[in-house]
Design a protein around this ligand. Structure first.
Ligand code: GLN
Length: 530
């Protein structure tokens, strides 16, 4: 029977619940357990697919095509598991499911209420994963901060599950211990209040993870333990670290996993080695030389291109380099400042995106990369920009564009897919999730991947317009990756350049700490060689 771990957060948001959940998963996996990690987001959107990245950071896409919270990216990168639509829930989806059931008549005769109907639905989504029989542990992270009105049904569901499951469920609560410079003191009062809030919802946290900028001494931990009814060994501190990837090791050193296991009555045994993980950290720590990558995009926000940043960093680490990522805002790129902004870079990533804003700057950056032979990686919209730039400047098709940016372009080299034309709903209707891609025999991408058939994740509405394929190939841009049945162009490449590859899919969703993505590995290598 599966066991359940609930991760909640108090005091403030952005404490890194996702990293702690992923670390717990990683540490339990190292002990030989099968795990999965699930996230509940308390907003009303069905999924984050329609959210602006400024609101919620990157949208992460699962293999089965669910648009999800970026924390699922951490889960996959830390643990190597593949998440699915069952791993991501929102209040909106929970309500929709209950309302659909009500309309179908499933509850005939009953008044539908938050308790028990919404809470039962939440419990069902948690237990459903456990009942698949595939996992020893289901880790459930609750988004938001406890005390928010939106979190209440989730806390009630956890309370009931803890009551029903007894020792098979534990609550891990993350809080913040602020440091007051003027008083030179760490303050535990917010933590005490946060635990009180949990208690007022009927949940006694079993384990506390205290986020802090300064080391907490034993006296402090003892105080927290005493005031919050938690065993001393269950008061863990999570100090700020130079890298999120050091968190699992730090949590293991303090016995987060063993504390959880003891609470569940499981034998603790020896502490596992985490060999390959430590090897990665050593490489990261010992790298001195830098590889400079320009990220050409329009969202000036760290979280907007999370998975790309992490993929670059994984690849650079295995090449014994530190990656220095410089955000280049494509909205402000002009012919005049192009050289100044891009010349210092060893490689350029042309970022994904939606809508017209910043696209002309991306096209300029592509032109610069192509004409100066700078390693260049175009991802999704970035690949489309490569295709447009080539049309305008090599094929001589002035005004070539994507019909997303200019519906009346005379040369719609990127065009909306036929089956997209009749779609009226925006949410969840793009080409989403993993699709097969056939690589051209003997092409560079085939040798990079070491195979001719791959599967990669998509998130877009527009495609390369196949009526232009011959013109492109005749002039040197090759369509080296195609969907085997539909013939859609998934990868373009200019093989005569050092490294110039555009992918219609998002390889960044598949790079993990222990398995860096081959395209990112090869791109970073080219950047280093430059
Ligand atoms: N806006 C483009 C499309 O819908 C690209 C999307 C993306 O970069 N994810 O096709």
């Amino acid at each position: 029977m599966a066991k359940y771990i609930f991760v909640t957060g108090g005091v403030v948001s952005s404490l890194g619940k996702g990293i702690i959940s992923a670390s717990i998963g990683k540490l339990l996996q190292a002990r030989g357990y099968k795990i999965t990690i699930q996230k509940f987001d308390p907003y009303i959107n069905i999924d984050p697919g329609t959210l602006n990245p400024y609101e919620h950071g990157e949208c992460y896409v699962t293999v089965d095509g669910m648009e999800t919270d970026l924390d699922l990216g951490h889960y996959e990168r830390f643990t190597g598991i593949q998440t699915t639509r069952e791993n991501s829930m929102t209040t909106g989806r929970i309500y929709k499911s209950v309302i659909d059931k009500e309309r179908r008549g499933d509850y005939l005769g009953k008044t539908i209420q938050v308790v028990p109907h919404i809470t039962d639905e939440i419990k069902q989504c948690v237990k459903h994963l456990g009942e698949t029989g595939q996992y020893d542990f289901v880790i459930t992270e609750i988004g938001g901060t406890i005390g928010d009105i939106e979190s209440a049904p989730f806390l009630e569901a956890i309370r009931q599950l803890k009551w029903e499951l007894g020792r098979d469920a534990v609550s891990v609560h993350l809080t913040y211990v602020p440091y007051l410079r003027a008083a030179d003191e760490l303050k535990t009062k917010p933590t005490q209040h946060s635990v009180k809030e949990m208690l007022s919802n009927g949940i006694q946290p079993d384990v506390l993870v205290l986020r802090t900028e300064k080391h907490l001494d034993d006296h402090m931990r003892m105080k927290v333990a005493g005031f919050c009814n938690v065993d001393l060994e269950c008061v863990i501190q999570s100090e700020d670290l130079p890298s999120i990837y050091e968190v699992p090791v730090n949590m293991q050193r303090q016995g987060l996993d063993s504390a959880i296991m003891r609470k569940m009555g499981l034998p603790v045994g020896e502490t596992p080695e985490l060999g390959p993980w430590r090897h990665f950290l050593e490489l990261r720590g010992s790298a001195t030389e830098v590889v400079r990558i320009g990220l050409v995009g329009k969202y000036d926000l760290q979280d907007a291109y999370k998975s790309i940043n992490e993929s670059l960093s994984h690849a650079a680490t295995y090449h014994h380099r530190k990656v220095q990522i410089t955000f280049v805002n494509s909205e402000f790129l002009t012919r005049e400042n192009l050289e100044e902004k891009l010349q210092p870079m060893d490689g350029l990533v042309i970022c994904p995106g939606f809508g017209q804003r910043g696209t002309e700057g991306k096209i300029l950056a592509v032109e610069y990369a192509r004409t100066h032979d700078v390693p260049c990686f175009g991802i999704c919209l970035g690949m489309q920009m490569m295709v447009i730039e080539f049309a305008r400047n090599v094929l001589g098709l002035a005004d070539a564009n994507s019909s997303e940016m200019d519906p009346h372009t005379p040369h719609n080299v990127i065009d909306i897919m036929e089956d997209q034309k009749t779609i009226s709903n925006m949410g969840g209707t793009m080409r989403l999730g993993a699709y097969d891609c056939q690589l051209r025999e003997g092409s560079r991408v085939a040798s990079i991947y070491g195979t001719n058939a791959v599967r990669e994740r998509h998130r877009h509405r527009y495609e390369f317009n196949n009526s232009y394929i011959e013109q492109y190939e005749a002039k040197g841009m090759q369509c080296v990756g195609r969907h085997p049945q539909a013939g859609l162009v998934e990868i373009v490449e200019i093989p005569t350049l050092r490294w110039f590859v555009g992918t219609q899919f998002h390889p960044e969703y598949q790079s993990t700490v222990l398995h860096p993505h081959p395209l990112f590995m090869s791109f970073i290598q080219a950047a280093i060689q430059k």
